[in-house]
Design a protein around this ligand. Structure first.
Ligand SMILES: O=P(O)(O)OC[C@H]1O[C@H](O)[C@H](O)[C@@H](O)[C@@H]1O
Length: 544
């Protein structure tokens, strides 16, 4: 892993376009003001939100006292033979720990799903050695609350006192804090409330689960501290100003997509974390930057990126990368946070709110509260193990197969739009679904994103509804073999999962976006058929 945090605008034309912006940012002392937590940088409308969202700039100092607490708790847990850490948390409450622990090579089971099979697999691990970290800033996130209930019951059923095994990370004063204290859970960490979820990598949200799992979290703070010195200077060499200016200049020329490929950074899964930061921070008011995370630099989207996209190497620069960003993980977190906040200023938006996330949650709740968990969805057609559900009027009569439905759906994508593939499945057992991203990108020439539902609802979901309105949305849902009850709640996990897919689909369709839902009545067979249908799409196109 690189030791110094740096940015290289490799594309000469882009560097030239970014230059005046960088100089202006330096002259306006934006980096110093940001480091000093000046809430006026995004204009009067954003000021009140910004005034309670900027403490992340100095977490490399303010989070230090946490380290000893984490070490002491880890030692205590180990002494009791508790060394399997399961983390229940959505979005900002799990994305950073997942990257930190994967990069450190230490195991962490992350629960950010409503798929009953995936949760059942986490439950079937060795509960005798398990500690559940329940992380939620708001303390009200339904997935996280459901996981806590399910684990609490499982501990009890296995003769384990759940209060000894549950650790909570939340904001002070949240409903979860009071409930946890009342229940007497083993430990409650309260995080700095003046840091939003997606900027919280170096707060208790990032550090507690990662440290308990065995990652060297002190090193993260050291690396962030070293990067801070460069990121907070008001000069044109500041890597964050350069990165923000390049992204802003590219956006101004119509490149609203930012395509990420790892080029040997030594960091595992950085794209999944940076995706939330960029999409939720900038994707609003009909503008923003759409992160597209791809498999490698040869993958479609990166290798063949057009004028609507800026390619970014996470790691050393390579051919085809217009920008490269390198550094140790702690430095990279801070670099991208600084750059995203500054890009927000260039785009004229408030990088600290997420005005459109709530809409999908509301729609899912309404479906769950409706009769029998929402209306029965009658498919427009059934082809083998796949049911086709279409929202909007693009599915013409006479379409009889999945391949034809896909073709009709993809024809709705505007030029230089994007395709979002959203799989409400088990991201471990159904991992191969991710192959659809490159397969579809290659055949459509569209920038194509892939997200696991409901995880992406807490990340790129904001952009889908609030950002540039040029996306088309392919949802994939699947049959559930064994559902899981959520103790003391009127819904099951499968019911929640279904409501989340249908609810978000409804919100997108209400905004005029084309949505195709393919429901796999047999997951394995359906996926094979779907991949085949995508291949047939090519032959249909060839014939056209
Ligand atoms: O930490 P929590 O309050 O449970 O929130 C988890 C996630 O929920 C929402 O969807 C927000 O848009 C995300 O920014 C946040 O990270």
């Amino acid at each position: 892993m690189a030791t110094e945090t740096s940015v290289d605008i490799r594309d000469v034309a882009l560097a030239a376009e970014a230059r005046p912006l960088v100089e202006q940012l330096a002259a306006d002392a934006v980096a110093g003001k940001l480091a000093a937590q000046d809430a006026t940088l995004w204009g009067p409308d954003a000021e009140s939100e910004a005034s309670i969202r900027l403490s992340w700039t100095t977490l490399h100092e303010s989070s230090r006292p946490l380290l000893a607490e984490i070490d002491a708790l880890r030692a205590e847990l180990h002494a009791e033979g508790l060394d399997r850490i399961v983390l229940a948390g959505m979005g900002g409450s799990s994305l950073a720990p997942e990257v930190i622990t994967a990069t450190a090579g230490v195991p962490l089971v992350v629960l950010d799903t409503t798929d009953p099979g995936q949760v059942a697999d986490a439950l079937s691990g060795d509960l005798d050695r398990t500690v559940l970290v329940v992380s939620s800033k708001s303390g009200t996130t339904v997935e996280t609350d459901s996981h806590r209930r399910i684990f609490e019951r499982a501990f009890t059923q296995n003769g384990i006192d759940p209060v000894t095994r549950i650790i909570v990370v939340t904001d002070p004063g949240s409903p979860m804090e009071s409930a946890a204290r009342e229940a007497g859970y083993r430990k409650v960490f309260t995080a700095d409330p003046h840091v939003g979820g997606r900027y919280s990598a170096l707060t208790a949200f990032g550090l507690v689960p990662s440290g308990l799992a065995g990652a060297d979290v002190a090193a993260l703070l050291d690396d962030a501290a070293a990067a801070f010195r460069r990121l907070s200077t008001n000069d044109a060499d500041n890597p964050a100003l350069q990165l923000a200016a390049a992204l802003g200049a590219a956006h101004a020329k119509g490149a609203e997509k930012v395509v990420f490929a790892d080029t040997g950074s030594g960091i595992k899964g950085f794209g999944d974390w940076v995706e939330q930061l960029i999409a939720e921070s900038t994707g609003k008011n009909g503008t923003g930057l759409l992160p597209v995370v791809v498999e490698n630099t040869e993958a479609p989207g990166f290798a063949d990126a057009g004028p609507d996209a800026t390619t970014v190497a996470v790691g050393p620069g390579v051919n085809g990368a217009r920008i490269s960003t390198t550094g140790p993980l702690g430095g990279m977190f801070l670099l991208w946070e600084f750059a995203t906040a500054v890009a927000g200023r260039l785009l004229g938006i408030d990088p600290f709110d997420q005005p459109d996330v709530e809409a999908a949650k509301k729609a899912a709740r309404a479906l769950l509260d409706g009769p029998a968990g929402g209306p029965a969805a009658t498919p427009a057609l059934v082809d083998g193990s796949i049911e086709v559900h279409a929202s909007g009027d693009w599915l013409t009569a006479g379409v009889g197969t999945v391949a034809e439905a896909l073709r009709a759906f993809l024809a709705t994508a505007p030029e230089r739009g994007y395709l979002s593939v959203q799989a409400y499945l088990d991201r471990l057992d159904d991992a191969s679904t991710a192959v659809l991203r490159p397969e579809l990108a290659r055949r459509t020439g569209l920038q194509t994103t892939f997200g696991w539902g409901p995880r992406f609802l807490h990340s790129t979901g904001q952009y889908h509804k609030g950002g540039h309105q040029n996306g088309v949305f392919l949802q994939i849902t699947g049959a559930v073999e064994a559902d899981l009850e959520v103790p003391d709640r009127p819904y099951t996990l499968a019911g929640l999962q279904r409501a989340q897919a249908l609810g978000d689909g409804q919100v997108l369709a209400d905004r005029g976006r084309p949505v195709l839902r393919l429901h796999l009545t047999d997951r394995a067979a359906g996926l094979v058929e779907l991949v085949k249908a995508v291949q047939d799409l090519r032959s249909l196109e060839d014939r056209a």
